[in-house]
Design a protein around this ligand. Structure first.
Ligand code: IMP
Ligand code: MG
Length: 180
């Protein structure tokens, strides 16, 4: 593990710790104003949103609950969602957190499932990285921390490349070739 780590390429800084915190505070303020004390359920998509969620929930100044969804790909590349069965989201205001919305395929699939299965009163999406110009399917991001247009793979602050880099304090950029 240690040997493997020492071979890792150091990502270039895309957004610093300070820049991230500034954006999170701003989005937290907007969410606080928009939800205005209503029954807010935050649902983070594992694993990429762990750090984003930890910071964002502390920037939202109203009561909220936290749950997680695990989303992965099956061997034949289909999207596989493991829903959290213990919480009842019916008639609640659900805010879904995602690390990166790129083509929108993953997010629109999840949103479709949640609308149907949970029947929340409202459903909105907050993303750390929104690559709006890459959309292949319609997918609205209501709260975007960063809109990224450059063609690099983003890692750090919870985001991984093959499970590495999640613990970086900043958002870094890797060449797509190296990110694998
Ligand atoms: P989409 O389905 O094309 O929108 O891709 C979204 C998913 O791909 C995200 O949930 C991430 O897991 C992954 N992803 C896409 N781009 C990046 C990136 O730059 N860094 C890390 N993960 C990414
Ligand atoms: Mg990943």
């Amino acid at each position: 593990m240690v040997d493997g780590m020492s071979d890792l390429v150091k990502p270039a800084v895309l957004f610093s710790e300070d820049e991230i915190q500034e954006r999170i505070l701003d989005i937290g303020r907007r969410i606080t104003a928009d939800y205005d004390g209503s029954d807010l359920a935050i649902v983070g998509i594992l694993k990429g949103t762990i750090v984003f969620m930890a910071d964002l929930i502390r920037a939202i100044e109203q009561p909220l609950t936290c749950d997680f969804l695990k989303v992965g790909r099956t061997k034949d590349r289909r999207i596989d969602v493991a829903f959290s069965p213990e919480t009842d989201f019916r008639a609640r205001e659900v805010l879904l957190l995602q690390d990166v919305v790129d083509t929108g395929v993953t997010m629109s699939f999840i949103v479709g499932h949640i609308q149907e299965d949970w029947q929340p009163r409202s459903l909105k999406v907050a993303a750390l990285i929104d690559r709006e110009d890459q959309r292949k399917v319609d997918c609205t991001v209501d709260y975007a921390c960063f809109k990224v247009v450059e063609d690099g793979f983003v890692v750090g602050y919870g985001l991984d490349s093959e499970e590495q880099y999640r613990g970086l304090r900043y958002l870094g950029r890797l060449d797509r070739k190296k990110a694998g």
